[in-house]
Design a protein around this ligand. Structure first.
Ligand code: GDP
Ligand code: MG
Length: 166
């Protein structure tokens, strides 16, 4: 199997950390400063069964200047012309306006979307359950996969979901 998979979401949710964890190399810069990733970065994951090209994109935010506009455009371009979108959110307890805007934009594309709920190392089990229920009720996601990109928790399972979706 093979395909293009884009990783999109708000700034700082862990998109670059996820991509680096999947390919096992520090390709994208990770930082606690929002907007570290300024353009889309590609990394290839290969194993005996598949080859997947991941696109790590800048965080989607309300742009304040031309650089911001360029970053948001390169992220939203990655919704299209790919085989699968990974929409990464973090452990925030509510769907905030930033995520809400992205969800509404994602409704307009035909590409299958997997929701990646990151930073579960910072979550109580019961909160995780509530969050999964909340995202499930959006009826937009093919699958919802909780992970910790930083600790590498459940990343292998996410890869399986990706492979089965291609
Ligand atoms: P991006 O802006 O979405 O690419 O986010 P980054 O990958 O640069 O990560 C933003 C911050 O979140 C960094 O400080 C990461 O170390 C942290 N981070 C990423 N994944 C996790 C995770 O699974 N758990 C925790 N606790 N922190 C994480
Ligand atoms: Mg990044």
């Amino acid at each position: 199997k093979s395909g293009f998979v884009s990783i999109v979401g708000r700034p700082n949710v862990g998109k670059s950390t996820l991509m680096n964890n999947v390919v096992g190399e520090k390709i994208a810069i990770m930082s606690d400063k929002p907007q570290t990733t300024r353009n889309t970065i590609q990394a290839v994951y290969t194993d005996e069964k598949c080859q997947i090209v991941f696109l790590d994109t800048p965080g989607i935010h309300k742009p304040k200047n031309k650089l911001g506009e360029f970053m948001v455009k390169s992220a939203t371009d990655a919704f299209k012309n790919v085989d699968l979108v990974l929409f990464v959110v973090d452990e925030s307890k509510k769907i905030g306006p930033g995520d809400r805007k992205i969800i509404e934009d994602l409704r307009n594309i035909n590409t299958p979307i997997v929701l990646v709920l990151n930073k579960i190392d910072q979550l109580e089990e019961s909160d995780l359950f509530d969050l999964m229920k909340m995202y499930h009720s959006e009826k937009l996601f093919k699958e919802i996969v909780p992970i910790s990109a930083l600790k590498g928790r459940n990343v292998k399972e996410l890869l399986k979901v990706i492979q089965n979706s291609l």
